[in-house]
Design a binder for this molecule. Structure first.
Ligand SMILES: [Zn+2]
Length: 66
């Protein structure tokens, strides 16, 4: 999906956002999952899509729709 910078109006470019250790960031929701993961008490993990504005450098992250 195309994202546009709210300040510049130009198309934002996809980038990879990682921790210093090279792990990709995830969103952890409070919503409990069903099935095996739910029985283990794990929360739902959602991938994120970071985008950067090439004009002003604004970084935004969106939770990826499943
Ligand atoms: Zn911008």
């Amino acid at each position: 999906m195309e994202r546009r910078c709210p300040d510049c109006g130009v198309r934002m470019e996809s980038v990879t956002l990682q921790t210093n250790g090279g792990y990709e960031l995830q969103v952890i929701s409070d919503e409990k999952r069903g099935g095996i993961l739910g029985s283990l008490g794990m929360n739902e993990r959602l991938d994120i899509q970071p985008v950067v504005c090439p004009e002003c450098g604004l970084l935004r992250t969106y939770v990826e729709a499943e």
